[in-house]
Design a protein around this ligand. Structure first.
Ligand SMILES: Cc1cc2nc3c(=O)[nH]c(=O)nc-3n(C[C@H](O)[C@H](O)[C@H](O)COP(=O)(O)O)c2cc1C
Length: 204
């Protein structure tokens, strides 16, 4: 009797081992696929991490940033001042002029990402008083973009890039700073194809 029980137990054990072995097959195949996918992502050119980060007061640069993001993918974040700017144009004009004259570095809220974690950073802003808004100086003071590619873009109402691409090169001497694209704020609504064309030339 004991012998029969031992044989039944041994047979049950063998069957459960066989079942386990079968179950593990699809898992290991899936793991292999994940490994292959991870490897091809690592080695692909398109694996570069892309961030679009921008400041916008009245929404024009926001629209520009979204055209870029829609084409290049990656992450997008808006730089939001710790202390909100005045909503009225004359007030913000005075406020921004004083910020520039006093060379202040207005604080901005946590971006939720670390821009230094990206390989390619599209950086956008409006021209304020012929130059970068001072909050953009805070941005470039905060992060070290050595070895990264920075691609500036801006909106304006006549100043073009106002020499800001050169300024960014000076602020981030160890980054590769490409020549950017400046678009009139008043024309941004119809400028998506121009943005796409520019991105195409940059091979995005
Ligand atoms: C405070 C302030 C200063 C500005 N200074 C300039 C300037 O010097 N040159 C220029 O071409 N446009 C200037 N502008 C116009 C803005 O650059 C333009 O409207 C831009 O598209 C606004 O972008 P935003 O909507 O993303 O804030 C100024 C606007 C503001 C509010």
């Amino acid at each position: 009797m004991k012998k029969i029980i031992a044989i039944i137990l041994a047979a049950a054990l063998l069957l459960s081992f066989a079942a386990c072995a079968k179950k593990s097959e699809p898992t290991s195949q899936a793991q292999t696929e994940v490994q292959i996918e991870a490897h091809s992502k690592e080695t692909s050119q398109s694996d570069k991490k892309i961030l679009t980060v921008y400041f916008s007061w009245s929404g024009n640069t926001d629209a520009f940033a979204n055209y870029i993001h829609n084409t290049v993918g990656g992450d997008i974040v808006r730089i939001t001042p710790e202390k909100a700017y005045p909503e009225n144009y004359d007030d913000v004009a005075d406020y921004a002029k004083k910020e520039r004259d006093d060379n202040v570095r207005p604080a901005f809220k946590d971006l939720g990402v670390n821009p230094e974690d990206y390989d390619v950073i599209f950086v956008g802003y409006p021209i304020w008083w012929y130059t970068l808004p001072m909050i953009m100086y805070t941005f470039f003071d905060t992060y070290d973009f050595s070895g990264k590619t920075l691609i500036p873009f801006n909106t304006h109402e006549g100043s073009g890039d106002g020499g800001t691409y050169k300024t960014i090169k000076e602020l981030e001497p160890n980054a590769t700073v490409l020549d950017g694209l400046a678009i009139r704020g008043g024309s941004i609504g119809g400028a998506e194809s121009e943005v796409k064309e520019w991105l195409g030339k940059l091979e995005y």
